[in-house]
Design a protein around this ligand. Structure first.
Ligand SMILES: NC(=O)c1ccc[n+]([C@@H]2O[C@H](COP(=O)([O-])OP(=O)(O)OC[C@H]3O[C@@H](n4cnc5c(N)ncnc54)[C@H](OP(=O)(O)O)[C@@H]3O)[C@@H](O)[C@H]2O)c1
Length: 298
């Protein structure tokens, strides 16, 4: 299959491209820096700078991952605009490709995030839970809505509300592991906030599952079935690294340091992948300890 991927050079995208190429699929990757991206991707990947550069290739599936990094730096007005604009532009471009390509792709698998739900306290969150209205929700709501018009072009659309993706070489562990290795790890704020985590290998498997299963559309929570609190996460990571995690970061300090972005660290969502499990998706990593052991063994 020819599979168009925006953001294919990123943390999830690189692992997805490697997995697809290994099985003989051809990743068609959109990147703002095609030469740099090509060096990070399998040899069979084709890299170009705009989505519409691939319209004549008639990709059979589209995976939309591009977006300005959300957990880096304070959410100034300019940063919020970049977070939203980058996602809306990429998503509108893939919808335009869906309209113009002949034949149209069969499926668009489009990223969204756990942030769709906003702060949910300790209650269990399925795809049917009402969101809490805050910036992360507004961002994800507009991002998801931008993908929907592809349906009118006859394309099946699956939206993934992605949790915290875990692996070496990127994502949240790259930020937290160095502190833990120095013995400076600890829970954030009360530690009671839930963290819906997912191993990157399962994230890639979910994307491929949603491409392959032609009966699935709509929103899917993309995180492991057993979310943990931040305090539990902290203990697990300390165990995996053989370092006690004893230095808590007080909420007030995180708020001062990161402003509104600290909500990503201090609020939580006990998200469960109800629709994926109902559809028969089998997670390879259900337990956080097993996921972290796998990551740090490699
Ligand atoms: N990783 C997670 O834990 C997580 C959790 C929830 C949701 N998500 C979402 O899933 C998607 C993929 O995640 P990821 O971790 O793979 O992201 P990532 O490593 O940050 O990669 C995203 C890609 O998007 C492109 N990009 C970055 N800034 C951009 C901008 N301003 N305009 C246009 N393109 C831009 C970059 O590609 P080029 O530089 O090649 O153009 C980058 O490789 C993201 O949209 C992210 O928000 C990720």
């Amino acid at each position: 299959m020819k599979i168009l991927i925006t953001g294919g050079s990123g943390f999830i995208g690189q692992a997805l491209c490697a997995s697809l190429a290994q099985d003989g699929h051809v990743p068609l990757v959109v990147s703002r820096s095609p030469e740099r991206a090509a060096k990070q991707l399998p040899e069979t990947a084709v890299v170009r700078s705009a989505v519409m550069d691939f319209v004549d290739e008639a990709p059979e599936a589209v995976v939309n991952l591009a977006g300005e990094p959300i957990a880096e730096g304070r959410w100034t007005a300019a940063k919020k605009k970049a977070l939203l604009d980058s996602r809306l532009e990429a998503t509108r471009a893939v919808v335009e490709l869906c309209r113009q390509a002949s034949p149209a792709p069969q499926v668009l698998v489009s990223a969204s995030a756990v942030g769709y739900y906003g702060d949910q306290g300790a209650r269990e969150v399925t795809e049917g839970t009402s969101p809490h209205d805050e910036f992360a929700h507004q961002l994800c709501r507009q991002w998801e809505a931008a993908a929907e018009p592809a349906v009118e072009a006859g394309v099946r659309v699956a939206r993934m509300r992605i949790g915290l993706v875990l692996d070496a070489g990127g994502g949240m562990l790259t930020k937290t592991t160095p502190m833990f290795k120095l013995g400076l790890g600890g829970k954030l704020g009360s530690g009671k906030q839930y963290m819906p985590w997912i191993h990157r290998a399962d994230m890639v498997r979910i994307i491929r599952f949603l491409i392959e299963r032609d009966d699935l559309d709509g929103a899917f929570n993309a995180s492991a079935p057993k979310p943990v609190t931040n305090a539990e996460f902290t203990r697990s990571l300390g165990r995996a690294l053989n370092r006690p995690a004893v230095l808590p970061a007080p909420a007030v300090a995180l708020k001062l340091a990161f402003g509104e972005m600290s909500r990503l660290l201090l609020t939580g969502v006990r998200m469960v992948p109800q629709r994926l499990e109902q559809a028969g998706f089998e997670f390879r990593f259900r337990e956080l300890d097993a996921a972290l052991a796998d990551i740090f063994r490699r």
